[in-house]
Design a protein. Structure first.
Length: 161
């Protein structure tokens, strides 16, 4: 038997103000998108902003439904919309902003497993990794250089060929 350790680097910025300018703006767009989330059941609002290689920014926010499996997370709304509006244009980065109507969320919220898998598909079909920035309503921003940092053993089309 072999053991192998999988690890990654997590950059932690004390606030959004510490981010490089283009990512600071991307996080601001994610914050604004979060305000339009439809989350009457969870009271947990998430906004996402996708920065493309052509410098377009595409937004998404979570959309809940009384039939719970029918809703969709902000990250998937944004990345699917980017794929529909700008097919073939690589994704540079995704910013995620989360807030709760129940408590002041001062820590980052990472994408759920379904969103990680959806983002992985986009990262696998382009030549470079997708940076991911995560933030709560206030406080620190976590950043990773690739989706594979959050989901190191990704499932992709190579298993289906």
């Amino acid at each position: 038997m072999q053991k192998q350790k999988i690890s990654f680097d997590l950059a932690i910025y004390d606030s959004q103000e510490e981010l490089p300018e283009e990512y600071k703006n991307l996080m601001s767009v994610a914050h604004k998108s979060r305000l339009n989330a439809y989350a009457p059941y969870s009271n947990f609002q998430v906004g996402a902003a996708v920065l493309l290689d052509n410098d377009e920014i595409v937004i998404g926010n979570n959309q809940e439904n009384a039939s719970f499996p029918s809703g969709l997370c902000a990250e998937r709304v944004a990345i699917f919309q980017a794929g529909a509006l700008f097919p073939g244009v690589p994704v540079k980065a995704i910013a995620v902003s989360a807030a709760s109507g129940n408590v002041k969320l001062a820590r980052p919220a990472a994408p759920c497993g379904n969103c990680r898998q959806a983002i992985a598909e986009y990262e696998q079909k382009q030549p470079k990794p997708i940076k991911i920035f995560m933030m709560g309503e206030t406080g620190q921003v976590y950043a990773v250089n690739s989706l594979t940092d959050l989901l190191p053993l990704t499932f992709g089309n190579s298993y289906l060929i």
